[in-house]
Design a protein around this ligand. Structure first.
Ligand SMILES: NC(=O)c1ccc[n+]([C@@H]2O[C@H](COP(=O)([O-])OP(=O)(O)OC[C@H]3O[C@@H](n4cnc5c(N)ncnc54)[C@H](O)[C@@H]3O)[C@@H](O)[C@H]2O)c1
Length: 380
């Protein structure tokens, strides 16, 4: 690792996800054979107060800015991780791309479909920039095992499949509002913009791209404490279930359900999948991260098998295979994949691509049209 090339990152947005990147970089030594090593060379947040947490922990930081353009103009920064509210994606991602630096953006990669199209148009003009969108859950070993089963055709003709990402902390109606609960900053898709890409990465990669969608959205909490003693309108969608038409690898249509819920009692950051086929069926949930469940489809008695996968990650690590895998490990794998791909290594499961963000926005926009019309809408 001592001789591996360094990729010098600037981090724009020093909130929840900016801090999570510090954890990833600190644990990089766990990866056995990364193509390069990320180094955090610069940080940016509009308030200087949020620099301190990073400066205390990351000695490699050379630039701490309140204007992100300082990082884009710095020749000693190669790549940017940008984790800012959705209303800032378009402006900042475009400026990053125009600076010629590599970009790991956050979902939904533009607040709406028009913003996403403008970002992608600039990305197309800058093929020198390696661009991906963050999505880490498919790197859980159980999700990877599920992907293998699907890619190898072990399920046979698909009967139906479900992917979901559900939370429950918004059940607490005394929880103060934040930018993620306003249309102006989070965007028109609400929970779907926040959580949707997490549910789409694996099915899109399996070739299960929805052609039509019925979107069932709910607004359950209409106002929240504003944190200043008053109340503020909470105008985003809380829950969304998309019922989609997709096709399996032999061209047979099947229902694909995509769930994104901020209010599902009992769920704490629960990412899950279920796929049922004529030859086999599989289930995985981060509630039980070691367990990959399958049914081999033999007619007769039905019995789910539970394989205890342990820490069988896509990219090899020093972590013992008997250990449990968790959220931070999925992020490490995703970033390992980003760096490997940036360095030109072929990967069996790469990060979410700009083209996939285009598909994601087409699906979300069609789901919103469906919510308005009450009809099934085609995903143009
Ligand atoms: N991949 C994941 O699992 C995951 C999880 C949560 C959030 N996200 C995504 O990450 C992004 C950020 O979410 P978060 O939870 O970290 O939000 P956050 O509110 O915790 O942090 C956002 C940060 O951006 C900063 N910011 C806003 N405007 C800025 C500007 N012009 N210049 C510099 N900094 C600016 C804010 O000061 C804040 O520190 C969003 O796109 C969100 O959807 C991804």
């Amino acid at each position: 690792m001592k001789d591996a090339p360094r990729i010098r990152f600037g981090v724009i947005g020093l909130g929840l996800m900016g801090k999570a990147f510090v954890d990833v970089v600190g644990r990089w030594g766990q990866l056995l054979d990364p193509a390069a090593v990320p180094v955090i060379a610069g940080i940016c947040s509009r308030s200087e107060a949020s620099h301190d947490w990073f400066l205390d922990r990351v000695p490699s930081i050379k630039v701490a800015a309140t204007d992100y353009r300082a990082l884009l103009e710095d020749p000693d920064i190669d790549a940017i991780y940008c984790a800012v509210p959705h209303d800032m994606h378009e402006r900042i991602y475009i400026d990053i791309l125009e600076s010629g630096k590599h970009l790991m953006g956050e979902k939904p990669f533009g607040i709406d479909r028009a913003a996403n199209a403008r970002i992608l148009a600039v990305a197309a003009e800058h093929p020198e920039s390696f661009v991906r969108c963050s999505s880490e859950f498919p790197y859980f070993p159980g999700a990877q095992r599920a992907y293998s089963w699907i890619a190898e055709g072990r399920l046979g003709r698909i009967i139906e499949a479900r992917f979901g990402f559900n939370h429950s902390s918004d059940l607490d109606i005394s929880k103060p509002i934040n930018w993620k609960r306003t249309v102006a900053r989070n965007g028109p898709y609400g929970c779907l913009g926040d959580l949707g890409i997490h549910t789409q990465h694996l099915p899109f990669r399996a070739g299960w791209v929805p052609s039509r969608v019925y979107g069932r959205f709910s607004k359950l909490v209409r106002e929240r404490p504003d944190g200043k003693g008053g109340m503020a309108a909470c105008d985003t969608w809380d829950n969304a279930t998309l019922v989609c038409d997709a096709e399996d690898s032999s061209g047979e249509a099947f229902p694909l359900y995509l769930e994104t819920k901020r209010i599902e009692p009992g769920s704490t950051n629960r990412w899950f999948l279920e796929a049922y086929g004529m030859d086999g069926s599989i289930k995985y949930s981060t509630d039980d991260p070691n367990a990959f469940r399958f049914l081999d489809g033999t007619p007769g008695e039905q019995s789910w098998n539970r394989v205890d996968l342990g820490y069988r990650s896509m990219l090899p690590t020093a972590t013992g295979s008997i250990f449990q895998f968790g959220f931070s490990d999925a992020l490490l794998q995703m970033w390992g994949a980003y760096i490997d791909e940036l360095c030109g290594r072929p990967l069996r499961f790469g990060c979410f691509t700009p083209e996939e963000t285009r598909l994601s926005h087409a699906l979300c926009a069609a789901a919103l049209r469906s919510a308005a019309s009450g009809a099934v809408e085609s995903v143009a």
